[in-house]
Design a protein around this ligand. Structure first.
Ligand code: ZN
Length: 132
């Protein structure tokens, strides 16, 4: 069983999706402990655990793009978003999170951020729960 929800994104941005994940985990775990596996179903988005401070969320996007070399990408002949694909694959499209007695167990400043590298779009995120 998997909970799937959608997220509306801007062109390039980090979105805090923690509330939706907490809701999905509550539903799936039903008070049990285990692991929540969170997955984004796209090739130009990524997931990270970090602080949902608006300045930092912009910084993450800017910094990631700045470390991608400006090459003559072959994929850009098709849809001009090779950098977004490379960012997505470098950062990763899933995170595994601890769940204790039905609740997501995060550090004080930790949130789950969906990184959009090629929006605006409607994105799908899935949450799977594995009981211990
Ligand atoms: Zn593409």
């Amino acid at each position: 069983m998997m909970e799937i929800f959608t997220v509306s994104t801007g062109r390039r941005e980090a979105k805090d999706i923690t509330p939706s994940i907490k809701e999905a985990v509550k539903k799936l775990a039903g008070g049990r402990s285990g692991v929540a596996f969170v997955f984004t179903f796209h090739t130009t988005t990524a997931l990270v655990v970090n602080e949902a401070e608006s300045g930092l969320m912009d910084d993450l996007i800017d910094a990631y793009f700045s470390i991608i070399p400006k090459l003559n990408y072959k994929h850009n002949r098709i849809d001009n978003n090779a950098e977004a694909h490379i960012m997505s694959s470098a950062v990763g499209n899933s995170v595994a999170l601890p769940v204790e007695e039905g609740e997501l167990k995060l550090g004080t400043w930790q949130s789950i951020l969906l990184l959009e590298f090629d929006g605006p779009r409607t994105r799908k995120v899935g949450v799977k729960f594995i009981a211990e």
